[in-house]
Design a binder for this molecule. Structure first.
Ligand code: ADP
Length: 262
């Protein structure tokens, strides 16, 4: 009986040991699985432009005596796909570096309102072509301590999406509000919106909504993952609310450091 008791006790501790060891390995396995998935998705995304470029080039080589004018449509496809690939590689590099903490923030004090006014002015030029209005509301001059070029990249991603997913005659609104410790910026549009069941996956790498024509419009499915990384790295939060066929609103909250406090 004693021997049975001891051996069953031993068996239980061995099973418990394996269980605990298994649990300890779980985060590492999850991280490994995530990495594997990321590599698989990245390869899949790169395969499409590479195949298109190869096929178009083979087509060109079949008719060496054709003039550039005659083949200009095919050449334009090659150019578009190589641009897409360049953007994809750039985004992949940003995410890979941010994942392994190799990306540093170069923080300085900058005027958020000046940056947003400058950026929205540039986007106005593109919006006019789509007959979309961009409205900007800024409460006051706002200084922010952060990486200016990353914060700019964040709003480029959000404005670019707003423009991409809003049909003609729509409106995009950028509103900046400040409280004592935070500054919040919202980017809203009157676009196609996002279904409720898609919202939890929005910030995942390579996620593209059902209705988005992202691939056709040159999207990589990485924009919002990069946006989330930038916000997280600044100790802020990003939230999204959306209604299909009505519009989408992203709200970013960043910790504020005003000039006087430094
Ligand atoms: P991309 O736009 O390159 O596909 P993102 O990561 O920037 O990648 O966005 C992921 C998905 O989120 C998009 O494919 C689209 O379905 C959805 N999305 C993002 N912003 C908006 C928006 N303003 N309106 C509607 N859908 C959006």
């Amino acid at each position: 009986d004693i021997i049975t008791g001891v051996s069953s006790g031993l068996l239980i501790s061995i099973i418990a040991g394996f269980f605990l060891a298994g649990r300890a390995w779980l985060p590492i396995r999850n991280a490994w699985d995530k990495q594997q998935q990321f590599v698989a998705d990245a390869s899949h995304e790169l395969r499409t432009p590479v195949s298109i470029i190869r096929a178009q080039t083979e087509l060109l080589l079949r008719h060496p005596n054709h003039s550039i004018e005659r083949e200009s449509d095919n050449i334009a496809v090659i150019l578009k796909e190589s641009r897409h690939m360049g953007k994809l590689l750039e985004d992949l590099l940003t995410l890979a570096r941010s994942d392994s903490n190799q990306l540093e923030l170069h923080c300085s004090l900058f005027s958020l309102d000046a940056m947003l006014l400058d950026l929205t002015k540039q986007f106005q030029l593109l919006a006019v072509i789509k007959e979309i209005e961009i409205h900007v509301t800024i409460q006051e001059t706002m200084w922010l301590l952060g990486d200016e070029s990353r914060i700019r990249q964040l709003f480029v991603i959000l404005l670019d999406n707003a423009l991409k997913y809003t049909p003609s005659n729509g409106i995009i609104e950028v509103a900046v509000r400040a409280s004592l410790h935070h500054v919040s910026v919202s980017v809203s549009d009157t676009g196609i919106g996002i279904a409720k069941d898609e919202l939890p996956y929005l910030f995942d790498s390579f996620y593209r909504g059902d209705k988005s024509r992202s691939r056709i419009d040159g999207g990589t499915g990485l924009g919002l993952s990069i946006a989330k990384w930038i916000v997280d790295a600044h100790g802020g939060t990003i939230r999204v609310e959306s209604k299909p066929d009505t519009g989408t609103r992203f709200e970013i909250q960043l910790p504020r450091k005003n000039k006087a406090s430094l």
